[in-house]
Design a protein around this ligand. Sequence first.
Ligand code: TXA
Ligand code: MG
Length: 335
Amino acid sequence: MTLLGTSDADITAAAQAIREGRLVAFPTETVYGLGSDAFNAHAIGRIFAAKKRPFFDPLIIHIAERSNLTKVADLDSLSLAVKEKIQLLCQELWPGPLTLILPKKDGIPLIATSGLSTVAVRFPSHPIAHKLIARSTGAIAAPSANRFACLSPTCAEHVQEQLEEAIDFIIDGGHSEIGLESTILDIRDGIPRILRPGGYPKEAIEALVGQTFSQSGDTNGISAPTAPGQLKSHYAPQAHLFVHSRVQMLNLTAFGEEQSAFLFFDASSAKIVSRTLKHSAILSEKGDTTEAAANLFSKLHDLDKSGVTAIHAELAPDTGLGPAINDRLNRASMK
Ligand code: TXA
Ligand code: MG
């Protein structure tokens, strides 16, 4: 594996590697992605192998221009009203942490979509991701750059720790600003459904489409086609993760504390614990869900590295990016 910087020459070399069918981990504003040419079935197969990801879990296709949407998705079969909503979402929320589920275009190999006739498409806002996509083939298939079901990477070091042996290049673009994955939205039949809560809170999407809808962070309530990525166990650290409400967190017994780490949502709950904890972290001092989301995976990585056998994490409030944080914590806690 070669570690690249963000110079023009490095991005050009990485884009060339993508065109040649190789794998490049790259920064996005959500988490790092592990990319290959979206039109090359063989290269996409290498992504599944590198991540040890089951073939039934489809990938997101990343584009860097709105006009490239029609190269990967086929909007013809959608009603005019749905097309208008999609156009509005693309206009207002792209580039950014929104992934849309759309009918697949033939040029996208079925291995990328796990045989589904739909494709997940995202237009990330990270400038390095833009350059890489634009200089390769205009569409990059990329899951998060972690081993399957493990913690998502928010910096190059996280990728290196998990995938060093299995991939060709990592572009080091510093820390991901948002820190958790994109919101996945299926609006094909006119009824918006969030298949995965993420970087855009549901309220932002509701305001735009003029409809309120339920947030479905779990498999209940999701109608066909199911999102294979809604697998119950996901985003997990090595240590066993336990999630708690604030009250439960404050009443946790001191038993086994040496081997346990505590992840508090904000400073006020951390302060109420009167004794000194050996391993603890706070997601956002002032209790801001956006800041907490940005810190979630990196704090979990750090606590995990301290060698504890259990991590006790406090759930976030149910506003802003709180539901997306809680979705990741709940999935990580289910073994
Ligand atoms: O922010 C993100 O979305 C990051 C960055 C790298 O862009 N990517 C990411 O990819 O989170 P991944 O592979 O870790 O998660 C993709 C999710 C999976 O849960 C997968 O099941 C779902 O998207 N997905 C992909 N294609 C789908 C489809 N056609 N229908 C329903 N769900 C789909
Ligand atoms: Mg992932």
